[in-house]
Design a protein. Structure first.
Length: 405
């Protein structure tokens, strides 16, 4: 039988990669060392360390599972007439047109999630060395996350992350709004992928979620996932959350001190004066409702308060806070005073305007999705700047060091 000649099995290739995995036993790729070394410091480091005393040499790698960790193992350099192991089975070409390769995995009977096939994932990464791009996926965004994580992991091992960033970014952005809904459901995993891909949109979206919900982690990957983030990243999330908490505390104080000035001189209200008593009572009831809500959130801090604060402040900013509904406040006030209260609506409107303006900074939404529509209860107002992207900081630091030298 004639062997295929094209990616991932070239008759002129001098690098043999053979799978010893149970799911792809003896499947073999035959590639070119010069091309691998051009894009991967991993291959460069291994191959260049070998002596070049003959032109008939080739390099052998095997894909092994060692204690649950799959990776390439270098078997050495050989000088033989035929570089192909006797039990090797040439891996079939992944695409007929040789232009695109699908990011794919294996279906599982026990779960709707895809199970990545390690050998196929290596083929997908190595295809990029030959400018064979990953095509748009025909699978769910959740499965795409699993497969993308596998691709990113392999690219880090082979030290060729720069090759996978553009095609994976294209695959992910093709999901459009669905991508940001998926990030909402598991921002810790997406954050790590976004950092590997140096994707500002994904990384920033994740950071807004994590800062807003800190210290609660209401997501499926919370167990062990927080510890898997770098210390610098955890400190960044905590620092930005503390800044929001300081702003929130100041805004709550301003809200609880709200009042309406009286007369042309804008004097403080005096409840002992009959002509000021009605307005003073509206202010008192308004403050009381705000104090009750703020107190409930503070008392509930150890449970889920942080996950609901965004709803409170966004409703205040929209003037849609139910306890401050005009008729509700009117009934309470009317229970104290039976007057017609001609200025009631105007007084309440001014108070709600003040509250909306005070809460506006906390009500800002920095997400690419609407938090209220998609049941995001925490604050989403954190602003992500270039100082928060670790790869940009590293580039500036490196540039500064080079200039100093």
């Amino acid at each position: 039988m004639q062997r295929p000649d094209g990616f991932p099995f070239f008759s002129s290739g001098d690098v043999i990669i053979k799978s010893n995995l149970a799911t792809s036993i003896n499947q073999t790729m035959r590639l070119h060392s010069q091309l691998l070394m051009r894009h991967s410091t991993y291959f460069t480091r291994i191959i260049e360390n070998e002596p070049k005393d003959t032109t008939a040499s080739w390099h052998a790698f095997t894909l092994e599972d060692q204690n649950g960790k799959v990776g390439l193992i270098y078997q050495g350099r050989y000088d033989r007439e035929s570089p192909l192991p006797s039990d090797a089975q040439p891996c079939s070409t992944p695409s007929r047109d040789g232009v695109k390769i699908k990011l794919e995995g294996e279906a599982s009977e026990d779960t709707p999630e895809v199970v990545p096939n390690p050998f196929k994932s290596y083929v997908q990464v190595l295809a990029l060395f030959y400018n064979i791009q990953i095509s748009t996926l025909n699978t769910s965004i959740d499965n795409t996350l699993i497969l993308s994580e596998q691709i990113a992991k392999i690219s880090r091992e082979l030290e060729c992350v720069q090759l996978v960033r553009p095609p994976l970014a294209k695959v992910l952005t093709d999901y459009r709004h669905e991508l940001f809904l998926a990030i909402k459901n598991d921002p810790i995993r997406w954050l790590k992928l976004g950092e590997t891909l140096e994707n500002k949109a994904i990384y920033a979206e994740c950071l807004v979620h994590l800062v807003g919900a800190y210290p609660k982690l209401p997501w499926p990957s919370r167990v062990g996932a927080w510890a898997s983030l770098s210390l610098e990243l955890r400190q960044l999330i905590k620092k930005k959350n503390q800044a929001i908490e300081q702003l929130r505390t100041q805004i709550e104080r301003d809200l609880l001190a709200v009042s309406l000035p009286y007369g042309n001189a804008n004097r403080p209200l005096d409840p002992t004066q009959p002509d000021q008593r009605e307005t003073w009572l509206v202010v008192a009831v308004f403050r009381d409702y705000l104090a009750q809500q703020i107190n409930e959130l503070d008392l509930d801090y150890n449970r889920n308060a942080v996950l609901d604060r965004g709803i409170f402040f966004r409703n205040l900013a929209k003037g849609a806070f139910e306890p401050l509904d005009g008729e509700r406040v009117r009934k309470v006030c009317h229970g104290f005073m039976r007057a017609e209260w001609k200025d009631f609506s105007d007084d309440l409107h001014k108070l709600k305007e003040y509250a909306a303006k005070a809460a506006s900074d906390l009500a800002i939404n920095q997400l690419m999705i609407d938090p209220d529509t998609h049941e995001v209860g925490y604050l989403t107002c954190v602003k992500v700047t270039n100082e928060d992207f670790p790869w940009l900081v590293a580039q500036r630091t490196l540039g500064g060091s080079s200039s100093a030298e």
